[in-house]
Design a protein around this ligand. Structure first.
Ligand code: ADP
Length: 719
């Protein structure tokens, strides 16, 4: 660890030097504007702050409960998967041939590690040195070729440290106080709006991403997809939105229990805008819901609790995967080959009335578990309470698990989730950056939280718009006194993700044409197929290979048929206009009906108005914090589903919707020919979602609201 400290200290000094150089740069903002920049943007000041102790920090309530439990947990007990061994090097000698392929696959994931000896231990120091060495050789070459890419880091907040390291490795130019003239890239810590009035370049946040990823909105977006594609979207636990679905939830659970008295489902209640486990609790009966807080009804999601997670060392863990949405139009998604696994600190037991409140047993949040006396900080990536995902894959591969399948299921989960989010993101995008007006383009790193069930099926827990990019962690140096110290595991994963995101967003790179792999290939290939050669050639070849793997458009062929709602959104956007609004007025809705030729003798314009009022009013009640009046995209989708079901009676919802889309797109296309051509620039709201669908056979009745309730808790027991 002392080596690591030395290295970090040197890096900090170098970074401070770079910062003071940058501060002296005459392109910086004037001193007058600098004073208005919050103190946190100063790296030195921030560092001092982060070093300061947190005295008498209040602990989580459940701490005392967990303290009463067995302390010896991490790395000391045997895994459920590894009943005899805890050390991989011991296991290696005995692993069977069939496992070797899996392990080989895992090795491909272990970027920058000495795979030959089979060790999972981090080779971070060695890798960094290699990287620095290459960086030196490379810097001058790049400088000769073209000017350094400029990055405004003034709003980077907690990602600042990892960002600085990345910029340094790339030999790019940082502007920690902002810049009078435009930068190529703006790095925001929270939202698209952290810096207003950006008219060019690229911003690392999409407008509306925070809103879309709040628990209720994510559940709604996934649910819409579940209505159309129930089997494809069964990776998200059954959820109810509170307070509006309280009655539905109570009734369904009562019926479920009446039908099968052996069932003992558990539910997890999550406040809508909560994070880091705040306000989360488990219940076994709807009557235990704490729906009211003061005089207010709490907005929350209540979700089926996954009772049988995969355990390692008897502990529940989840996976944090970093996903880059590089562009909405065309849709481009990358997944980081390396992620983090966050472990609970109390051995897992299936939920019972007695252990429901044991947060260190049921919740994997780092921010909670770090306050357990059992939390293990480790310099190794394969032990402790926070490990690399590849070390976990390694561990399970050595037990014969088909990790290629696990990885491909995870890729599918990620692509499907992003496909569910894109329609509404396009509405936000058009409202903030109307086509034809100057504005930046956007990209964003998302944090996917995924749980592996005992049967290895990945389950989506949530998606974070602002995943923590901190590379230090809090450590208790003496009782009640905490300090921030470097965390090698975080550094290994997060610096790679930021650096490679920057590499992909390099303006020279970005101008290159993105090709879709029309051959398709299966997501399973992702584990063995390295970065496409077109990416490789154009990137600085002396840096480590990209840790971000393109999965879309690479797997367009397998997933494009799911992009149905995006086509509905394209119609919505067309009638919304470009006035910065997100709601369709009654006239816009009427024009949609008229232009798509949807009204006839049995569906008059008066009925159209009633439909508009009915649906819009109901959705206004469900989106109480919305400031705009009119029909939201979600409400429009509901109207579209209704119109589809009304027109095409005897078929499935998905088929009805596809048929109505064809009618609408056909009618609108006819009109487009007689209109002026639209601007050439590809804007995220000009849909590239396919018009022709190569969808698999449409054979199921699947309107979710009419489906019998089945919980995976039950399905689990059958696996
Ligand atoms: P937060 O944003 O507050 O972290 P999450 O949805 O990530 O909320 O939930 C917190 C933790 O609770 C997760 O990290 C996971 O350990 C656990 N958890 C969440 N949802 C479920 C679920 N449906 N089944 C089992 N565990 C869950």
């Amino acid at each position: 660890m002392s080596d690591h400290y030395e290295r970090v200290k040197i890096e900090l000094q170098q970074m401070k030097a770079v910062e003071s150089e940058a501060a002296a740069d005459k392109e910086q903002l004037s001193p007058a504007s600098v004073t208005s920049v919050p103190a946190e943007v100063s790296f030195a000041a921030r560092r001092d702050l982060s070093r300061s102790s947190i005295n008498g920090r209040s602990r989580s309530k459940s701490r005392s409960k967990a303290d009463g439990h067995e302390r010896q947990v991490n790395g000391k007990q045997l895994s459920d998967l590894t009943p005899q061994k805890s050390d991989y090097s011991q296991e290696k000698g005995q692993s069977r041939l069939s496992n070797e392929q899996n392990i080989k696959g895992t090795l491909r994931l272990l970027k920058g590690k000495t795979a030959a000896n089979g060790h999972v231990e981090s080779c971070q120091r060695e890798k960094d040195l290699k990287c620095e060495h290459h960086g030196k050789e490379d810097g001058s070459k790049v400088a000769k070729k073209r000017r350094a890419v400029t990055v405004d880091t003034s709003k980077a907040k907690t990602s600042l440290e990892a960002l600085k390291m990345s910029i340094r490795q790339l030999k790019w130019k940082e502007f920690p106080m902002g810049r009078r003239t435009a930068c190529d890239i703006y790095w925001h810590g929270v939202s698209f709006h952290d810096n207003e009035n950006i008219v060019s370049g690229q911003v690392n946040k999409f407008p509306g991403m925070i809103e879309m990823l709040r628990k209720i909105n994510l559940s709604r977006a996934v649910r819409t997809m579940q209505e159309l594609f129930p089997e494809e979207y069964n990776f998200y636990p059954r959820s109810w939105i509170l307070p509006e679905e309280y009655q539905l939830f109570s009734t369904q659970i009562r019926l479920l229990k009446d039908n099968d008295s052996t069932l003992k489902p558990t539910f997890i209640v999550k406040p809508d805008s909560g994070s880091q486990g705040d306000g989360i609790y488990l219940i076994r009966d709807p009557a235990d819901l704490r729906v009211i807080s003061g005089s207010q009804i709490k907005q929350a999601v209540v979700q089926e609790y996954i009772q049988k997670p995969l355990l390692i060392d008897k502990l529940k863990f989840d996976i944090r995967l970093y996903v880059l949405v590089r562009s909405l139009e065309p849709l481009e998604i990358y997944i980081a080959k390396e992620g983090l696994s966050r472990f609970c600190t109390e051995p897992y037991q299936e939920p019972s009335q007695k252990n429901l409140s044991h947060v260190f047993m049921h919740l994997t949040n780092y921010s909670l578990n770090v306050h357990s006396g059992n939390f293990v900080h480790s310099d190794s990536c394969s032990t402790g309470s926070k490990r690399t995902f590849s070390s976990v894959l390694y561990r399970i591969a050595s037990k014969g698990v088909d990790i290629k399948k696990v990885w491909s299921d995870i890729i599918a989960l990620v692509i499907k989730t992003v496909i569910a989010l894109v329609p509404e993101l396009k509405v936000y995008y058009q409202a903030d950056i109307p086509p034809g007006k100057p504005g930046p383009t956007c990209f964003q790193i998302l944090g996917f939280d995924i749980l592996l069930m005992k049967n290895l099926k990945p389950v989506l827990l949530e998606v974070n718009a602002n995943p923590s990019m901190r590379i230090e962690h809090e450590q208790e140096v003496s009782p009640g006194v905490y300090e921030y110290v470097p965390s090698p595991v975080d550094e290994e994963v997060k610096v790679g993700v930021i650096r490679d995101t920057l590499r992909l967003m390099d303006p020279a790179q970005r101008n290159q044409h993105v090709t879709s792999n029309t051959e398709g290939g299966s997501p399973e290939d992702a584990i063995v197929v390295e970065t496409g050669s077109d990416e490789k050639e154009s990137l600085t070849d002396s840096l480590p290979s990209l840790c971000l793997k393109q999965v879309f458009p690479k797997y367009t062929k397998q997933f494009n048929y799911l992009r149905v709602v995006e086509r509905i959104a394209a119609i919505f956007l067309r009638f919304l206009g470009v006035k910065g609004t997100m709601r369709l007025g009654p006239t816009g809705f009427r024009t949609f009906i008229r232009n798509c030729k949807l009204s006839n003798s049995s569906f008059s314009m008066a009925s159209v108005d009633i439909l508009y009022i009915d649906i819009t009013r109901r959705w206004a009640g469900m989106l109480p914090d919305s400031r705009e009046a009119g029909m939201s995209l979600q409400a429009f989708i509901e109207a579209f589903f209704y119109l589809a079901a009304r027109r095409f009676k005897a078929v499935l919802l998905r088929e009805q919707v596809l048929l109505l889309l064809e009618v609408c797109e056909g009618a609108l296309e006819g009109q487009s020919h007689s209109e002026k051509p639209r601007p050439q620039r590809s804007h995220p709201t000009q849909s590239s979602a396919p018009n022709a669908f190569s969808s698999p056979a449409l054979t199921r009745r699947h309107h979710l609201r009419h489906q019998p309730l089945q919980l995976s808790a039950k399905a689990n027991t059958e696996n």
